[in-house]
Design a protein around this ligand. Structure first.
Ligand SMILES: N[C@@H](CCSC[C@H]1O[C@@H](n2cnc3c(=O)[nH]cnc32)[C@H](O)[C@@H]1O)C(=O)O
Ligand SMILES: [Zn+2]
Length: 425
């Protein structure tokens, strides 16, 4: 199946924008700019007055947790988890995981997200089903709470998820191991996760250094800061995606560099839970890969990556009193290209020949896009995700003119509400 997007304003990998034609052959972009004259298109999309970017990559979320949006707000992280979230999560059944992740998929596709890195459970196979059916790309990990009585079973489930789904759905699914955090996973457990992941060649997705309390407790309990402590278990040896990384010192940053750890920055969640401001300008200066994530919809409270791009571009300016901190283009790249890199998806995240055709078209009609001196700046500072018009993953259209093509939106909203009512009554 060949698709041609004609006459679109495209964000190119070098950060410039240009009016271009984009040729897509099956799942890949085959040309951006001049399309060969003999290219036969089965489908032509008129890109006039549209801005094409690589799809947003949500580098840290808990998709099924969308069921708990607005259930518990304005609380401290540990109170929120222990008093409100974990008790209701203990009631989650397989179908709940499915409908929660479906609800997440509806929201993510509508707001231009083509790929998400998910840490949750139980029954992550149901999230894999959602990836298969929605046509999105997903990097899935079984959330591992090592202090739970069935922590061995969870580790086995993560291994089975890897064996059964890594590379599934035509390669749209990849799998990582998901040790939740150092405060829920004792060092012996982290060691076992590390061994299992290394035996399978899998990478790791973990929450790191999210709050001041986490860092203080780690020092008190283990005599080391979080990154040194976790490094000593061997967990970072095989590739790591570390969510949050808010409270870092020079030693932490050295360890992040040493192990090429990629950071998933979650500005919305960090602000809402009052976790703090991650040193993102410094991390970028040091050459560390920094991606963006929403975290779960219960600590954000949405899965809208354009919000995260906008927050990332704003919060570091006010925090450093430097209006040059995290410029618009950097924020957009963090939400797209760097996100794909952070998830080890090396042929995703750029509008260039050879990359996967994961493309989002924003309609540039309307006041928020007018006048247009600089589309990247409009995207980062003025646009709303309601102007996402068309979404494509692997060359397949998931949304066209604002209408979902792979999912039954009305049914999903109904089922999600039904499940939420049962869970929280
Ligand atoms: N409940 C599952 C494991 C879930 S892992 C993912 C966990 O991360 C939790 N979570 C969500 N956001 C955050 C955050 O910002 N920091 C720490 N944990 C979070 C979320 O509520 C969920 O419990 C089981 O044992 O079967
Ligand atoms: Zn999280």
């Amino acid at each position: 199946m060949n698709t041609l997007i004609k006459n679109v304003t495209a964000l190119l990998p070098d950060g410039t924008t240009a009016t271009a034609n984009i040729a897509i052959t099956d799942d890949r972009i085959t040309a951006v700019g001049d399309v060969p004259h003999d290219f036969h298109a089965d489908k032509v999309i008129d890109g006039t007055a549209h801005f094409a970017i690589p799809g947003f990559v949500n580098a840290h979320t808990h998709a099924s947790m969308t069921l708990l949006r607005s259930y518990a707000d304005d609380m401290k992280l540990m109170d929120w988890l222990e008093q409100m979230i974990w008790p209701v999560e203990a009631k989650l059944r397989s179908d709940d995981i499915y409908w929660g992740a479906m609800l997440a998929a509806v929201e993510m596709i509508h707001s231009g997200t083509t790929c998400f890195a998910d840490m949750y459970g139980p029954d992550m196979e149901r999230v894999a089903e959602v990836v298969e059916q929605s046509g999105m790309r997903g990097v899935l990990s079984r959330g591992l709470i090592g202090v739970a009585p069935d922590s061995d079973k969870k580790l086995e489930e993560n291994a089975a998820l890897y064996e059964n789904f890594h590379g599934a759905a035509d390669g749209r699914i990849t799998v990582m191991f998901g040790p939740h955090a150092l405060y829920t996973c004792p060092p012996d457990y982290l060691k076992r996760v590390a061994e299992k992941a290394q035996a399978l060649g899998a990478e790791v997705h973990i929450h790191m250094s999210e709050t001041v309390g986490e860092v203080e407790n780690c020092i008190n309990q283990y005599g080391k800061r979080p990154f040194a402590h976790v490094a000593s278990t061997g967990l970072f040896e095989n590739g790591t995606l570390a969510a949050h990384c808010v409270h870092l010192d020079d030693e932490d940053i050295d360890i992040i560099k040493k192990y090429h750890i990629r950071v998933a920055h979650n500005p919305g969640s960090n602000m809402k839970l009052a976790s703090g401001t991650a040193p993102v300008p410094r991390l970028l200066e040091e050459g560390i890969c920094v991606a963006l994530g929403t975290d779960g919809a219960s600590s954000n409270n949405n899965l809208d990556m354009l919000d995260e791009v906008q927050l990332a571009a704003l919060m570091h300016k006010v925090h450093t009193l430097d209006p040059l901190a995290v410029p618009a283009l950097t924020a957009v790249k963090m939400g797209t290209e760097y996100g794909a890199q952070a998830l080890s998806l090396h042929d995703v995240g750029r509008l260039q020949a050879g990359d996967k055709a994961d493309i989002v078209l924003f309609s540039m009609h309307g006041a928020a896009w007018t006048p247009c001196y600089n589309p990247v700046s409009l995207l980062a500072y003025s646009a709303k995700s309601s102007s996402v018009d068309t979404v494509m993953v692997d060359g397949k259209i998931l949304m066209e003119n604002g209408v979902l093509k792979t999912l039954d939106e009305e049914r999903i909203l109904y089922e999600a509400q039904r499940v939420a009512d049962r869970l929280t009554k």
